[in-house]
Design a protein around this ligand. Sequence first.
Ligand code: PLP
Length: 445
Amino acid sequence: MYLGDPFDAESNPQGILNFGTSENKLCFDLIQERLSKPDMNYLDPRLLQYLDTQGLKSFREEISKFLTEYAKASTAVDPEHIIVMNGCCSVFATLSTVLCDPGDGYLIPAPYYGGINSKTWMYGEMQPVHVPLFSEVMDEESQPFQLTIEKLEAAYQRAKEEGIRVRTLILINPHNPLGDIYPAQLLKECLEFAHRYKLHVIMDEIYMLSVYDDTTFTSILSLESLPDPDRTHFMWGFSKDFGMCGIRVGILYTRNRAVREAVNQLAVFHGCPGPVQYILKQFLSDREWLDNVFLPINRRRLKEAQHILVDGLAEIGIPVLKSSGGLYVWADFRKFLKSQTFEAEMDLWWKILDRKLLISPGKAFCCYEPGWFRLVFSDSVDKIYLCIQRLQQMLHEEMNEPIPSSLSPEEECPVLDDGISANCTSTSVDDVSDGYSHLKKIAVF
Ligand SMILES: Cc1ncc(COP(=O)(O)O)c(C=O)c1O
């Protein structure tokens, strides 16, 4: 629907606004200017011939310098340990088929970037083993949707009882869709947990440089020692941090030689054009521009756009989870659901879409609690205001509709596709809005 009717301020102002796709549209002016400089305009005949499937050596060398510096790597990243591919989706697809046998499971805290489901299934036929996270906080110290080792352990044991062989743990940091960042201590505990069960860890740090507040981001590359370096695999790409998802470049970094060799066999189907690799090598090598122009401006624009969206949502009564990184916020629409079910979430999603606003429902991220939506903020201020306006009009009309005074028991605890009941408390709709008062401590209003 969106592709058939995309918003355009001049040619289609009544079209659908896309606040669903995680794209950074804030710095096209800077990127365009840099990619138009004369040093980009170069064609060596070798760039048009068959290339090293692992990626151009000169590009890998530049990436290794870049990661060593920006991920604050504890030891220099070795270019020989890098494989360049056409995006992180390809890294997920190839890595999952290399690390696992069909039917094997991967642990993943839910909600999570839903694209991982298809990417790990298509080649590898891996199945997700969810570690369900909930907004309810148990004590002063914990955060909504917080991951703990106990939750990982419980999901691992549950999968084992169901006969699923878990081979891998997938973590996204900064997180998509929550926008939060794993504290270093939790990260280390997760790696130790994985080591205890001989699990591979796929660490997706594609939003590594899209951190817009003062929270310290810890890349696994920066850890002094890894419990199991041979089973720890890192990915990053140009799609998010450099707003170039159309250029299709992502990288795998792994010290595991056997994994590299196997992934490299598949990389032949997932290569990047030589001229693209050349351009991006030049792009990464301009440290002065990255440090003094692109990165500070991008960070400032992300922060401003995030504030505008969060303030606008607050004005119409929608709290969001406190976020530090990524291009989106995780917003709490629970009080606008007719019942606390995923059917009601879909109904609300359609109603929002009817108002020509595309946002992403929590179900698309395998969230276990209905009523959460992800909204991407990395777009122009005008569009953010229009998004708030459309939401406001829709909610205003919706809230005039009668709301049931209590929920039936089935509605209280939705049973998800895999038969696991979401952990929700028995409450009326009115209580639901009070029920998230605990979020006020962390939510930005
Ligand atoms: C967490 C995460 N990983 C990977 C990807 C895919 O990245 P790419 O464009 O490099 O294939 C996305 C895209 O939305 C993402 O959010």
